[in-house]
Design a protein around this ligand. Structure first.
Ligand SMILES: [Zn+2]
Length: 186
């Protein structure tokens, strides 16, 4: 059988606070607080929240991989999508926004796809996170843009990010946390 080459076309974009509604900066600052709370509770410093189109916060979620006995699916966004999809219909999910601290991994992007999330806003770039985590076994960050995942699907989700003004505040939550063996992993 001939080798197959998978080529995914997607558009790399970034955004800024000026692209968001005025109240959304406050929501994203709350997301960074959730990251800090996750770290303080012994979990990995990641967090997200779900809000409606008026900015009302419906659910908050931090990473719980340690709290849930090593559950490898307990990333904040996957946990939130699992909970939200049991409360909201797919039509309702289509009208909601998930605000995440970082570009979601392909597992979490998959949960957003299957859960019919309408809009994602994220702060930090996966590439920056990968520089911090390196190959640390707790989070050997992938290099697979969320837009590439959705470009492979059958329906759109609005994706806004990274929000570069807030990325340093998010990355601060990771200072001294990871122990990569490869230091040149950018
Ligand atoms: Zn994830």
């Amino acid at each position: 059988m001939a080798n197959k080459k998978l080529v995914i076309e997607y558009e790399e974009r970034s955004a800024g606070l000026a692209d968001l509604k005025p109240y959304e900066a406050g929501i994203l600052r709350r997301v960074i607080e959730i990251c800090k709370e996750a770290r303080e509770s012994g979990n990995n410093p990641f967090g997200c929240l779900l809000a409606d189109a008026a900015g009302n916060i419906l659910m908050e979620q931090g990473n719980e991989e340690v709290s849930l006995n090593g559950d490898c699916t307990a990333h904040a966004e996957a946990l939130l999508m699992r909970k939200a999809s049991q409360v909201y219909t797919k039509d309702e999910m289509q009208k909601l926004t998930l605000y995440s601290c970082a570009e979601p991994c392909c597992m979490c992007a998959g949960a957003m796809y299957w859960g019919n999330l309408g809009r994602l806003v994220y702060i930090g770039r996966e590439s920056e996170l990968k520089k911090a985590t390196g190959d640390d076994a707790r989070n050997p960050t992938l290099n697979l843009p969320v837009r590439a995942v959705f470009a492979s699907g059958q329906k759109d989700m609005e994706i806004v990010g990274p929000i570069l003004e807030l990325e340093p505040d998010f990355m601060k939550c990771h200072e001294g946390f990871w122990n990569p063996s490869n230091t040149n992993n950018g």
